[in-house]
Write a protein that binds this ligand. Structure first.
Ligand code: XMP
Length: 516
């Protein structure tokens, strides 16, 4: 396994993703991880990330003992500069900031051999101010650009490498191959980290952790809680009870889908709580988006507590926490590991229940959670679903929430999702898979229409479809007109009560993805 030390890079998680994609297990830790912890981790190789600081700032130093462990080290950007600095080289502030595309001329070396064509050039992404000006002893230069004379350095005896560019970003064309070369060849780690392999290990760990105790899990129908449920059930069977709270603001047939998949197909014990009347009652008359969110969140906690409180033998609360929720980043330390996700569907439980947290997905990235779900036999359509917010349709019905509105919206939304799955691009990829999130929004305004010989005066539905990597920024999806036309026709014809469909062409920012 590989250890990645994070010096505060924006893209340190990407390094971990690339290493995992090479089927090698790795963990990302803050740069100041103690030498004892590093030794206990027992890495086969160490990668030092980039970072925004200068190596002359005493705050951003790793333990130099990591260079004495006899394992290969790859320094990226700041990581390279740090290595050069502590080994007796020199780092200077670059008088020219290099940012963006660059071509590195390479000479033969173990890290990049075979990655370039006859031009001996690598197309890379640079982003740095400081740079290594003088090599430490034992190193030589094997890559340079016009403005960065030491772009790749190596010490083949110690197996230390440094690159001034960022191999983890996709703009570095052969970046993935370079990282593979380091991990698989130089560190000689076997690529055995795959989800089917991981299942046995994960099951053994869950059994060891919970022993004969009972476990409660709040099942939402989302990817993370579903995969966690399937995994834990595989490990401990009937010791797991899932609580599925239907707040009346779920997608069409969601309750049936969850019960079919988990209770009927997998034989998981699921308590299905239909609390829609309670939720609608609490929401009546409220139009303020933030207050609506709070009401739904609080009611959720209450219902979940009431139901799970009945399971008196339970000692554990299982959650679908995943690795990005757990990672302590060097830039602003956060350890959310033991805080229950605040926005999550499952709220806190009373202290006096003394439940311990079971989080079997906390080592996995989202892609890996999906792979694991497929390996556990969950249907691909469920595992590759778009995200769905905890407050559900409550934030997609503008203003006051009413059961009648939720029913109309659910049906319109379902038609939209069906057609996104039906329509494919030239490569045969469905528009559902091409978009990151798509849904319908209910607008409680009426407009005039004509149907047959009659005049209608009905509600409006807006369609929203976005493409994004991180949900922090997003583009509206350029859906084909045919698709939009089909969806509009079907909604207006099939959902009596809606006579107009519009498409949202706002990016984020300035608009958010959800309408509330
Ligand atoms: P916005 O609307 O802020 O949404 O651009 C970004 C992403 O977050 C989801 N979202 C939520 N998820 N509880 C959730 O679990 C919430 O209250 C909530 N609000 C927004 C949204 O669906 C999108 O994926």
């Amino acid at each position: 396994k590989i250890l990645i030390l994070d010096f505060g890079s924006q893209v340190a998680q990407l390094i971990a993703r690339r290493v995992r994609e090479a089927h090698v297990y790795c963990e990302l830790h803050p740069f100041d991880m103690s030498l004892a912890d590093i030794k206990a981790f027992n890495p086969s190789g160490i990668i030092l990330s980039g970072g925004p600081n200068s190596v002359y700032e005493s705050d951003y130093q790793a333990d130099t003992g990591l260079l004495e462990l006899g394992v290969p080290v790859l320094g990226i950007c700041y990581g390279m500069q740090w290595m050069a600095h502590v080994m007796g080289g020199e780092v200077t502030p670059g008088n020219q900031r290099e940012f963006g595309y660059a071509e590195v001329a390479i000479e033969p070396n173990r890290l990049t051999d075979g990655l370039s064509d006859d031009s001996h050039m690598l197309e890379v992404w640079m982003s740095h101010g400081d740079k290594v000006a003088k090599l430490p002893q034992g190193f030589d230069v094997v890559g340079h650009t016009p403005s960065c004379p030491i772009a790749i350095m190596q010490n083949p005896t110690k197996n230390f490498y440094g690159v001034q560019f960022h191999p983890e970003v996709t703009h570095t064309i052969k970046g993935r191959e370079l990282l593979n070369r380091f991990v698989l060849d130089i560190c000689a780690v076997k690529p055995s980290w795959t989800m089917p392999n991981y299942i046995d290990e994960a099951i053994a760990k869950i059994r060891e952790q919970v022993g004969t105790d009972d476990v409660i899990l709040g099942l939402s129908g989302g990817v993370d809680s579903s995969v966690a449920a399937a995994l834990i059930h595989r490990a401990i069977g009937d010791q797991l009870t899932c609580v599925f709270v239907d707040h009346g603001l779920l997608r069409l047939n969601e309750g049936k889908m969850v019960m079919d998949m988990f209770a009927r197909n997998l034989g998981v014990k699921v308590i299905h709580v239909d609390a829609s009347v309670d939720f609608m009652g609490k929401l009546a008359g409220e139009t303020d988006p933030e207050k609506k969110r709070k009401i739904i969140g609080a009611e959720f906690v209450e219902v979940f507590q009431r139901e799970s409180g009945k399971l008196t033998n339970a000692k554990w609360l299982a959650q679908g926490t995943i690795y990005p929720d757990v990672i302590e980043s060097a830039g602003g330390k956060k350890n959310k590991a033991h805080a229950i996700k605040s926005h999550h569907n499952v709220g806190g439980l009373p202290e006096d229940m003394h439940l311990q947290l079971l989080e079997p997905l906390r080592d996995l990235f989202k892609d890996e959670v999906r792979e694991l779900g497929v390996a556990l036999g969950l249907p691909r359509e469920m595992v590759y679903r778009h995200p769905f917010p905890g407050p559900g349709l409550g934030v997609r019905i503008l203003g006051e929430v009413k059961a009648e509105y939720a029913d109309l919206l659910r049906r319109a939304d379902d038609i939209f999702i069906q057609e996104l799955r039906n329509f494919k691009d030239e490569q045969g990829v469905s528009w559902y898979d091409k978009t990151s999130q798509a849904f319908a929004v209910f607008l409680p305004v009426k407009s005039v229409g004509v149907m047959g010989d009659g005049r209608t005066y009905d509600y409006v539905v807006a369609l929203r479809a976005v493409i994004t990597n991180d949900f922090m920024t997003a583009h509206w999806a350029h859906l084909p007109y045919d698709l939009l036309g089909t969806v509009s026709n079907r909604i207006i014809n099939e959902v009596r009560g809606i006579n107009r469909v519009v498409y949202d062409v706002s990016g984020k920012p300035p608009a958010t993805i959800e309408w509330e």
